[in-house]
Design a protein around this ligand. Structure first.
Ligand SMILES: [Zn+2]
Length: 181
């Protein structure tokens, strides 16, 4: 299937981190979104809505559900930044709304080769978001520096705190890392 991407998410993320001088976690996704010219708007939305993006003229407007946990808001911002970086022509001129179930579904189906176009951009935005919040090099280092014990979950909680992500997002990232190596 032809790709509209100019580069892999990991390369795009590396470029962004360098451009915005980010040298360690937690990645300031709000600062990066604003640095890319986006306006961030936090407002209470229906529980199943995580975020949305709308490119009005030259100004991308990102809406985030302020009722969600801050770590989920960070993932939503990172997801919308992914759309901005990877899919700008496709999302321009209309409001793109992200619902929680859709994000989860897209993440779970990331290996499905028959994914429809709309699912595909959600999968790409989620992969981008996971990479932006947990850049491979830092994440692998963080995992390697911990001693893991099957009865002790706390090292993973510690890493989640360090990167300011939910345990769910961290678990997905680990699963995807394992799948790609
Ligand atoms: Zn989306």
């Amino acid at each position: 299937m032809p790709s509209m991407r100019s580069a892999e998410p990991a390369q795009e993320v590396e470029r962004l981190l360098k451009r915005f001088g980010v040298n360690a976690p937690a990645v300031p996704v709000d600062r990066i979104a604003r640095g890319l010219g986006a306006q961030l708007r936090f407002s209470p939305l229906d529980a199943e809505l995580s975020g949305m993006i709308y490119v009005k003229g030259d100004t991308p407007i990102i809406g985030i559900n302020s009722l969600h946990h801050p770590n989920r808001q960070r993932f939503s911002i990172a997801h919308e930044v992914g759309h901005l970086v990877l899919h700008r022509p496709r999302i321009s001129g209309k409001v793109h709304v992200d619902k929680e179930f859709r994000v989860q579904l897209a993440t779970l189906n990331r290996d499905a080769t028959s994914a429809l176009g709309s699912d595909r951009i959600e999968i790409e935005a989620n992969q981008f978001a996971a990479e932006l919040l947990m850049p491979t090099t830092w994440f692998v280092q963080a995992l390697a520096s911990k001693h893991f014990d099957i009865d002790n979950e706390s090292p993973l909680d510690e890493i989640a705190r360090k990167f300011r992500v939910s345990r769910q997002a961290l678990d997905f990232r680990i699963r995807n890392l394992a799948a790609s190596t």
